[in-house]
Design a protein around this ligand. Sequence first.
Ligand code: DC
Length: 233
Amino acid sequence: MDKKLIIAIDGYSSCGKSTFAKAIARELNYIYIDSGAMYRAVTLFCLRKGLINKNGIDTEGIKKALNDINITFVYNNDKGDYETWLNSENVEDEIRGIEVSNFVSRISQIPDVRMRMVELQRQIGVLKGIVMDGRDIGTVVFPDADIKIFMTASVDVRAQRRFDELQAKGENVDYHEIRKNIIARDIADENREVSPLRRAPDAIVLDNTEMTVAEQMEWIRKIIKAKLHADRN
Ligand code: DC
């Protein structure tokens, strides 16, 4: 039997990382972990508890609350997909809304939040046979990952994809607001002090601006095959 791999997929917001990562996990029968969903769930928790309010962000309060936050991924049989649960509640839809999106970059800059999330992510990684997507998976969470991919696509294509996704969910969205939000998140992700978004030196770049998911799968299959072949010999 082939060795179980850890596949790390990093890159910019709305590049289609999760669609791609999920498709790989399904094909290999691996576990898929959406690390961005974890930061989103923390942000939702903070919004609900008033730790993000008109006075700003209560960093001390958030640090203290971290032990009250439990995040899990629960398989939904009807959807055939994993969903994000915050404590004992399914928050999969709420964490994708614009309110959480507007604050998540700032919450994910808090070092204690990152430390706690990385700890949880490494615990899941012990299982092997996982595909995890995020911003720092290949650089910080799993620097020894078997395969590292760094995804990118043009801002316009990313904004359009996000717009279509939210509109399909029935949200009342404005394309220009989404585009602005994506640019702001790129800047925040690349410039934060803790674990900024960077391509790991050994990550392979995938620019999917003009690629379908099927084409991306064709591309990664070759990489996985080569990796498994190299490990066998
Ligand atoms: O992938 P996403 O858009 O759902 O991620 C939400 C936010 O979380 C994004 O602004 C950056 C942050 N994030 C992070 O800092 N580190 C990760 N590993 C994943 C996401």
